[in-house]
Design a protein around this ligand. Structure first.
Ligand code: PHE
Length: 404
């Protein structure tokens, strides 16, 4: 098995998820031109941040987790803070994924009304896909590849149905409010997220920096292309006024699908989008779970000096989110309210800070991300600004968008 290909698809599979499905409605009032520019800008920001990890790994063991990288440059406090933030974020995200995965199964079996059965489907989803991740990175890669290609096929089908209905005029729509550009950026920001899985990929690639760099760049470019095509087709098929209607009547994926159904007259679109979104959820689950399992392994190995077996790692990874999803969903929903802040911290601000220190300690590393110290500072500041935007929206300083 070619591990570089597998890692590339894990990057892309983890990124492509709920964020992609939310994006057309988030950018409904922005017009395609501005949406396109924002996609490129946010892609550049998050790919830059991911490449900082590649740079840092030149100075660390290939099985070091984000906690260990932080400890190496910021001591014990660095490890405690980064491990806590990373794990709370990944646990909360997994709770959301197993809840969503459970409803996929109960929806498909038509038993969503039954509370006990719905809970059972959450357990079933966790057991099936958790088992694959617990077995190892190789099996996760194998399943992710398979699902990724089916997801790609579904996406191509969605495009085939939508693209002939694109009306060029729709693509020229201008933003109804230019501040929407700012409001939409946090949703675009997390849509390009996968960074908690970088340590798993680096370990899987045996510390091969070139392969890791290739996987990140190629995987994120695949994602960017998919997002551009998806936004192009939704913005091209729906006029700005029909977009705004959806926002008023049913601002969900369902509302979007119903509107495209009317515009294309094809009922196939509804179930293809459903298959696509199910696969997007499962592939994100796989990448996120892999990252969490390895973060726990890193913590046990380096702090508690115990080497846990795979089964215990699997239990530590999946039991807490499962229990939250079953018995205390308010808990993870509340934690996800801070998802943007937590994500910006460990995925953007932290690697910028570590890279800054690493460059002082190792001035002659063979691979260095371009832009110097200025770029590190700008990226960290942008990360901090983007995650404060939802607060400004809540306070009424910026226009509301779906998903923020
Ligand atoms: N990009 C994922 C969310 C995610 C964010 C950060 C890390 C991992 C996953 C999505 O759109 O669903």
């Amino acid at each position: 098995m070619n591990r570089t290909l597998g890692s590339t698809l894990l990057v892309s599979g983890t990124m492509i998820g709920g964020g992609m499905l939310a994006m057309p409605l988030t950018s409904a009032g922005m017009g395609f031109g501005f949406t396109f520019l924002l996609l490129i800008a946010i892609w550049a920001l998050l790919t830059f941040a991911a490449l900082l990890f590649v740079e840092i790994y030149q100075t660390a063991d290939h099985d070091a987790g984000i906690g260990t990288l932080s400890a190496q440059y910021f001591g014990k406090a660095g490890r405690v803070i980064s491990t806590a933030v990373l794990m709370i974020f990944l646990y909360a995200l997994l709770s959301a994924y197993v809840t969503g995965g459970g409803s996929l199964i109960s929806g498909a079996l038509d038993i969503a009304d039954n509370d006990t059965m719905s809970k059972l489907t959450i357990v079933l989803f966790t057991l099936i896909f958790g088992a694959v991740v617990t077995i190892g990175t190789r099996s996760t890669d194998g399943l992710n590849r398979l699902l990724f290609f089916i997801m790609l096929a579904a996406f191509v089908l969605v495009l085939i149905l939508l693209v002939p209905n694109i009306q060029f005029d729709n693509l020229l729509a201008m933003p109804i409010d230019t501040a929407l550009f700012i409001s939409a950026s946090p949703v675009f920001f997390t849509a390009f997220g996968f960074h908690g899985s970088i340590p798993s990929l680096n370990n899987y690639l045996g510390g091969n920096i070139k392969a890791l760099r290739f996987s990140i760049i190629t995987g994120s470019l695949i994602t960017l292309s998919a997002y551009i095509l998806w936004q192009l087709s939704t913005h091209g098929v729906l006029s700005q006024s029909s977009f705004l209607d959806i926002l008023k009547t049913d601002p969900t994926l369902n509302g979007l699908v119903n509107a495209t159904l009317q515009a294309t007259g094809s009922s196939t679109i509804a179930w293809v989008v459903r298959i696509f979104s199910a696969l997007a959820l499962i592939t994100s689950f796989l990448g996120v779970a892999l990252g969490l399992l390895d973060a726990i392994d890193d913590l046990l190995k380096r702090v508690f000096k115990t080497s846990a077996n795979r089964l215990s790692l699997g239990l530590l990874t999946f039991l807490p989110p499962l229990l939250f999803a079953l018995f205390y969903p308010q808990g993870f929903v509340m934690a996800l309210g801070y998802a943007g802040q937590m994500f910006a911290f460990y995925a953007v601000i932290l690697p910028a800070a570590i890279a800054w220190k690493a460059r002082q300690a190792h001035p002659n590393l063979p691979y260095r991300v371009g832009g110097g110290t200025a770029a590190l500072i700008i990226v960290a500041i942008l990360g901090a600004i983007i995650v404060s935007i939802p607060l400004a929206i809540k306070a009424g300083y910026l226009p509301f968008v779906v998903g923020a």
